[in-house]
Design a protein around this ligand. Structure first.
Ligand SMILES: C[S@@+](CC[C@H](N)C(=O)[O-])C[C@H]1O[C@@H](n2cnc3c(N)ncnc32)[C@H](O)[C@@H]1O
Length: 248
């Protein structure tokens, strides 16, 4: 296989700790807030996103989980700062892979304000169990605890560069993805939504998506690809939706 020039790509050694806001979540997942009232929602791989905080302030029931939620406020702040810098520089270099919005100062400003809101809510949210330290493919929640499970900007994105993803290292292979999706569905009694379903380096959806559609382990679920309005990575205009098939 030809060696890829990593400096020309948007690829990293680690998963980035960056977060989007409620309006961005609405666009990534076609969310209709009115329909979410009274539902129990999980945001998995939530990072420093303000989605959980903004929803909580409006009276919604959202739990956010991420492996980084064990860290102190100072540690998380330092990682956020470092990752915002890293992304800004690399995104400009790889501008061809993104929509204008992702290269704009609005995008950057919204990441900062989302991170600020998350950090201001972090300690209280951790104490009250709204922020939970957890890593896929094993979540510390009971079976079918959530009506809606969201997972944004982690699965199908942090896969090896050669498979179209954003990781320099070979982590998060197909088996990881399959087990992660099964785990999201274990804790879900309604629907799980995953965005995006491709990385920045290939135009088509990630081949793991097609493999999931064909995988035996998914036979009890209905899988569906839907268009969304969010515009960040070019051609990343779809999410994957999964729900349990009703018994016949
Ligand atoms: C780019 S952030 C996405 C944050 C947010 N969901 C969003 O869309 O803005 C990716 C997150 O995945 C988290 N992560 C890394 N490994 C994970 C794992 N095994 N299970 C769940 N989350 C993981 C990282 O800590 C990071 O916060």
């Amino acid at each position: 296989m030809t060696k890829l020039d990593e400096s020309q790509h948007f690829a990293f050694a680690m998963v980035l700790f960056l977060g989007r806001d409620l309006a961005e979540y609405r666009d990534m997942f076609n969310l209709d807030q009115a329909e979410l009232r009274g539902k129990r929602i999980l945001d998995c791989a939530a990072g420093p996103s303000s989605f959980a905080c903004e929803m909580y302030l409006s009276g919604f029931d959202v739990t956010a989980c991420d492996p980084m939620y064990g860290g102190s406020l100072e540690e998380l702040l330092a990682i956020c700062d470092q990752d915002v810098q890293k992304v800004g520089q690399r995104q400009q270099k790889a501008a061809r892979l993104f929509h204008d919005y992702a290269l704009s100062s609005e995008f950057k400003n919204r990441k900062s304000s989302s991170r600020r809101q998350f950090l201001a809510d972090y300690i209280e949210g951790k104490e009250s169990g709204r922020y939970v330290r957890a890593s896929l493919p094993q979540l510390p929640f009971a079976d079918q605890s959530f009506d809606l499970v969201l997972c944004a900007n982690f699965l199908f994105l942090y896969t090896p560069l050669a498979s179209g993803g954003m990781l320099i290292e070979d982590r998060f292979d197909f088996d990881f993805h399959k087990n992660a999706v099964l785990e999201l569905m274990r804790v879900c009694r309604g629907e799980a939504r995953i965005y995006p379903i491709k990385g920045p380096h290939h135009d088509e959806q990630h081949d793991y998506v097609e493999r999931l559609f064909e995988d035996e382990s998914m036979r009890e679920f209905e899988l569906m690809v839907d268009s969304v309005t969010y515009r960040d990575i070019r051609h990343a205009h779809h999410m994957l939706r999964l729900s349990r098939r009703s018994a016949e």
